[in-house]
Design a protein. Sequence first.
Length: 236
Amino acid sequence: MTDVSTARREEIAAGLAQVERRIAEACAAAGRPREEVTLVAVTKTYPVSDIRILSGLGVRDIGENRDQEAAAKARDCAGLPVRWHFVGQLQTNKARSVASYADVIHSVDRPRLAAALGRGAVAAGRLVTCLVQVALDDDPGRGGVTPDGVPAVADAVAEQEGLVLGGVMAVAPLGTSPAPAFARLREVAEALRAAHPRASMISAGMSGDLAEAVAHGATHVRVGTALLGRRTPFVR
Ligand SMILES: *Cc1c(COP(=O)(O)O)cnc(C)c1O
């Protein structure tokens, strides 16, 4: 009755129910239909068995942030009805690999990376959706291009045959209220959409700030901890 996998399934189901409730409440508060927001379950550091549980519970979008880990998991999960989202900082030399399995890449922040992803997507015979990651603070360690650099990266994505420009992504700055950052991101998204009308995705909001992100127009929230528990910190 209480074997380990049953217990884990119940734990994840409870986390998912709570996250679903938070998303639904945030949508209701913002006067938005629930279907406008996609939950991306960020499974980094967690095993493939958790991805299978999430899939069994109806989650269709899985996020990872390291190529090696993501590639192996995508291979193990071939046949599961899930889309793979790459949400981590991406080195150009990993672009070809990521373009071979990711359906959506949230972290495109320079033209050279867009070109490398485009070559990888074409080589793999795939069409990959790319979001421009926007830096909303002055911490270059977290990736992203400053708002004034967004059009050049967006154009570089849009001109690649194997890529589709999907919209924008951001991580809220640490240690301050996320609302101003998400408001700024929405402005950047609207400016982008004026030039690229189909680029309507806004990836914003994590476990701690998903309601604020939904209030500011997020179409995709990326949630790990609130679904799966606190990740074990590891020393690099
Ligand atoms: C890990 C990660 C998340 C999920 O963060 P939680 O706080 O665990 O929900 C979201 N976005 C990115 C880019 C991440 O690396």
